[in-house]
Design a protein around this ligand. Structure first.
Ligand SMILES: [Zn+2]
Ligand SMILES: [Zn+2]
Ligand SMILES: [Zn+2]
Length: 1017
């Protein structure tokens, strides 16, 4: 004897194997394995053949640590672009890169090797650097893959491969042979701890305490030449410096030609510095000091000059080429003019040491001053022997710059030249690696000259700098301020110092004559060195003796063409690491089989887009060095588009730091919440601004994710036709069950129009890299349009109508179309989940193995009409719905009704409002989820119907002259199956109170009226 079947077993409730709980940390690695077994990246390349190409060229992250949130953001954005371009019909190969050479790795390796490194041959240290970099290439690869980034991870580009090293060297020789490269003495940032040059980008400003001293320089030329009133007086100028160690290199004092200077007679209070100097006693006339008029008051106070009298006033221009005596060396110091002298600080008379300052150096060049540097690589001072009168060296001889400071201050004091001394805490350049203060030091370096003459494509003459600026103009900068930023940098940058004094990078592989110091310039020799590096790596330059190497490479070159000498030395400097990364367009885009055809189309001006996307600091880094190398070697920019991301900060806008403990580790988030959550966070932020991240914000993304997932689950559930009583689970079959667009119910048509509208917008936003807009629009669609509205109002139709009914199939057609659309629209961002949804969609012949092989939907294929008029009409209708829902809610508060199905709703409307409601009278019951709707013409009818005696409740609401509503307790009787109040309910077999609509549905489903178990036997 079987129990009588229950009525609720005849409902078609949602049914899907798509799980509610995602278990992302466990399931994502399984999906990664599936993608690997599908060889998905290779399949994408195959599918892309013949399509237009979009190149996103990867900027290589530095391979010296695990990835941080900035990396995850960078690779996440790139992945969105590559995937969305692929789905938009492009072939978008992505070859990830890694920056492997350079100081940070070499320093780490040196630390690890300790003293042992001193005994090791260079090749062994280079080997250790290679292993170190490779370790992090592997780690970062696995971490980027873990968060779902597609790319050619099995064969990335690494700046340390032999091939890449050879290409980098080739690029250097390109500069060298085209005349961009020169050797010169130049003050550069120098770390005396790491014993290397630092680029601007490798210097960080930190607080540092320096001695702040005022020193007087005695005039030795004729004071009357400055102003007749100074005739016969003891005249000085006063300089201010915070680097006393640069005074032995002091060769000039700079004045601003346009500033007013004053000559002040001093009356120092007794005991003040300078009072008892040999050159002045109480009987002689008081000393006279020349300083800038604007700074006079502060100098008088700082140097304790007492009550002063202004003897003369003149423009700085008259001080050109006056002569002073160096305060402790036997040297004349020249008065020079310079417009960089400021009146913010100091005295308006600037101590000038051409070996130790960029401005000083240039001024020195104008006046023919010697920039020889007497501070060695380790920061130890040597005195200029020609300027030192004594046999015994000065006390600062052989001391480091820091140790020399107090010695020099004492020396100045002893000689009466020191007017004031104190300590100054100020922002000072420090080495980015060791965080020790750096110095400016003139050294022999290799440079690329920014003013090198070059030719434009049309053959006209210009300079390298100018051509680079012109090329910036042709690039699309996103956001646009990037253009201004990089233009300013290129316009004002000094020549590019490309040499470093370390070993872990491509050598400046040049032979220099031992006798005349000239390099061998031979294209043939250069090709031979490139071939050698390509074969054996940069190690091949280090070991052999120069003669041996030269004899092996090109014996014919082993006589100096300048002086005939036959002894050579190898240059041991290496290239600036920015050259490596900066030539990736040459080493990768021009050479890689997956990129070169398309890249050459770009270079030939055929319109193939080439995008670079990195953080905003790359205007002076990779964007910058790539631009310069490509303009110099190919005559044009290496990219057509440059997009810039802001920085990741915590919720309070602070940078992430260990000490604050505010870091967000993307790997940890992937392991705890899922890689998908990291991706969703990346999509949620506007990457062009600075972006906030925190545990809290990531958790919020996880909540949003749950909602999106649930929406997909509900959509998929409604694509099944599962009636428990019938025990059959069939799925919507798009071929068999799909309702033609023209026959869809009005609500379903509206939702299709809405889906088309969303799709059009989302596709535009993907094209413009506006991922945060995609994120917000998709969320709103899933949560507001679907969960709270469409899926909710459809429940009656989906659960109670027969699966074969037109109305249910109309809804299912649209739910299917929405799911097919949405899964593709979110695939670039929710890559794991979209692919999971894909597997649960109703089978379609010829469906791709992964959503990532599919294309974006075409808006016109979703809905054939312009959606705008329909959306406009429904906007009004839904506004009225909102008002009616408010009235229903009031009725519920008044305990007049429980569920909204216990209500009938009457509208009393006039004119257009009446027309609108009348047109949609058929939909209103479903939209409001009430049992009955009546639309009354307010122009004809005088008022609402009177409620019945049995159900006297009645509540109205008037919104305007044109519209009011009334809610009634539902007339009719409650159906036990659909819970609607219907005019008639009756027994269907043993089931009592079943409405006519449900009875028809049951018949359509082939469910006969069930009999009591006894009767059935
Ligand atoms: Zn350092
Ligand atoms: Zn020579
Ligand atoms: Zn019913």
């Amino acid at each position: 004897m079987s129990a009588a079947p229950e009525l609720k077993a005849t409902l078609t409730l949602p049914q899907t194997a798509f799980p509610m709980k995602a278990n992302l940390p466990q399931n994502e690695p399984l999906r990664l394995a599936r993608w690997a077994s599908l060889r998905l990246y290779e399949e994408l390349r195959k599918a892309g053949r013949g399509r237009p190409v979009f190149i996103l060229h990867d900027g290589p992250p530095y391979a010296n640590g695990p990835i941080h949130l900035g990396h995850a953001l960078n690779k996440g954005l790139k992945d969105f672009i590559v995937k969305s371009k692929t789905m938009a019909g492009f072939d978008s190969p992505y070859v990830p890169g890694f920056d492997c050479h350079g100081l940070p790795i070499e320093i780490k390796v040196e630390e690890q090797l300790g003293r042992k490194r001193l005994e090791l041959p260079a090749a062994a240290i280079l080997g250790a650097c290679r292993a170190y970099a490779q370790k992090y290439v592997d780690l970062q690869t696995s971490q980027f893959e873990r968060i779902g980034c597609f790319g050619r991870w099995q064969k990335p580009y690494r700046t340390m491969t032999r091939d890449y090293e050879a290409r980098t060297l080739e690029a250097f020789y390109g500069f060298f042979e085209k005349g961009f490269v020169y050797r010169g003495l130049k003050p550069v940032y120098w770390c005396i701890h790491d014993r290397t040059t630092l680029a601007e980008a490798e210097v960080e400003y930190e607080m540092h305490t320096s001695p702040s001293i005022y020193v007087r320089y005695r005039l030795t030329s004729d004071p009357a030449a400055i102003d007749p009133r100074l005739a016969g007086r003891e005249v000085y100028t006063i300089i201010w410096t915070t680097t006393p160690w640069t005074l032995p290199a002091s060769l000039a004092v700079a004045f601003h030609p346009d500033f007013e200077y004053v000559a002040l007679e001093a009356n120092p209070t007794p005991g003040a510095p300078g009072l008892d100097s040999e050159t002045w006693d109480s009987k002689s006339p008081a000393p006279v000091y020349i300083v800038a008029a604007e700074l006079a008051a502060s100098v008088i106070a700082a140097c304790n000059l007492g009550k002063t009298t202004e003897l003369a006033r003149f423009k700085g221009a008259v001080l050109d080429r006056i002569v002073f005596q160096h305060p402790f060396l036997e040297r004349s110091v020249l008065g020079v003019l310079a417009t960089y002298v400021t009146a913010d600080q100091g005295t308006g008379a600037v101590h000038t040491a051409p070996a130790h300052g960029a401005d000083d150096f240039l001024t020195g060049q104008r006046y023919g001053l010697d920039p020889t540097c007497r501070v060695d690589a380790t920061g130890h001072l040597r005195v200029d022997p020609e300027a030192w009168p004594l046999a015994a060296p000065p006390a600062f001889e052989g001391k480091t710059v820091w140790a020399a400071n107090p010695i020099i201050v004492a020396m100045l004091e002893e000689r009466g030249a020191l007017l004031a001394a104190s300590d100054l805490e100020h922002s000072y350049p420090h080495c980015w690696r060791c965080h020790k203060p750096v110095i400016y030091r003139a050294t022999e370096q290799w440079f690329i000259g920014m003013e090198t003459p070059v030719k434009r494509a049309d053959g006209s003459e210009t300079t390298f700098r100018q051509l680079a600026l012109e090329e910036i103009d042709k690039v699309v900068w996103d956001p646009p301020w990037g253009k201004v930023r990089i233009s300013n940098m290129i316009a004002t940058r000094p020549d590019w110092c490309i040499s470093r004094q370390k070993i872990w990078d491509v050598p400046i592989a040049v032979f220099l004559c031992e006798q005349c110091n000239q390099p061998i310039v031979s294209a043939q020799l250069n090709r031979a060195v490139v071939a050698l590096i390509e074969r054996e790596g940069i190690e091949a330059w280090r070991t052999p003796a120069p003669e041996e190497l030269l004899a092996a490479l090109l014996p014919a070159a082993s006589v100096c063409t300048h002086c005939g000498a036959t002894a050579f030395r190898k240059e041991t400097d290496i290239l600036d690491v920015w050259i490596d990364a900066g030539v990736s367009w040459l080493a990768v885009c021009e050479a890689d089989p997956d990129l070169k055809t398309a890249y050459s189309a770009f270079q030939n001006g055929e319109g193939t887009p080439v995008l670079y996307l990195e953080g905003g600091d790359q205007h002076r880094g990779w964007f910058h060095s790539s631009l310069l190398t490509s303009v110099a070697l190919r005559g044009h920019a290496p990219y057509s588009h440059v997009a810039t991301a802001g920085f990741t900060l915590d919720e309070q806008g602070r940078a992430f730091s260990k000490s604050l403990g505010n870091g967000v580790d993307p790997v940890d988030i992937a392991n705890r919440l899922g890689g998908e959550i990291v991706r969703l966070w990346v999509a949620s932020v506007d990457f062009r601004e600075d972006m906030a991240a925190s545990e809290n914000l990531l958790q919020r993304c996880a909540e949003i994710y749950k909602k999106l997932r649930n929406t997909f689950r509900f959509l998929l559930g409604n694509l099944s036709n599962s009636v428990p009583l019938l025990g059959t689970l069939t799925s919507f079959d798009p071929v068999r069950d799909r309702v033609p667009e023209a026959e869809l119910l009005p609500l379903d048509r509206y939702m299709l129009a809405r889906t088309r509208d969303l799709t059009e917008k989302v596709l535009d936003w993907y094209a413009a890299f506006e991922f945060h807009r995609v994120y917000h629009a998709v969320n709103e669609f899933a949560i507001v349009d679907l969960s709270s509205f469409y899926l909710d109002v459809l429940k009656d139709r989906m659960y109670t109508f027969a699966p074969t009914s037109h109305a249910r199939r109309s809804a299912q057609t649209v739910l299917w179309q929405i799911t097919e659309t949405l899964v593709r629209l979110v695939a670039p961002i929710l890559s794991f989940t979209a692919d999971e949804v894909w597997e649960h969609l109703p089978a379609v012949a010829g469906r791709e193995a992964s959503v990532h092989l599919a294309q974006f939907p075409k808006p016109a294929e979703i809905f054939s009409e312009d959606p705008a008029p329909l959306l406009e009409e429904w906007k009004d209708l839904l506004n009225i719905r909102d008002l009616a829902l408010r009235l229903l809610e009031d009725a519920r508060q008044d305990k007049m009704i429980g569920k909204s199905l216990e209500a009938d709703l009457h509208f009393l409307a006039k004119e257009e409002v009446f027309d609108l409601l009348k047109r949609h009278e058929g939909e209103l019951k479903e939209l409001l989820n009430v049992s009955k709707v009546l639309v009354l013409n307010g122009a004809v009818e005088t008022g609402y119907r009177t409620p019945t005696k049995e159900k006297p409740f009645f509540k109205t609401m008037t919104t305007s002259n044109y519209l009011s509503f009334a809610v009634y307790s539902a007339s009719g009787h409650k159906c036990a199956r659909c819970w609607n109040f219907m005019p008639e309910v009756s027994a269907y077999g043993i089931w009592q109170n079943v409405c006519n609509r449900c009875q028809s549905a049951l018949k359509e489903m082939g469910i006969d009226p069930p009999q009591p178990p006894e009767a059935a036997q």
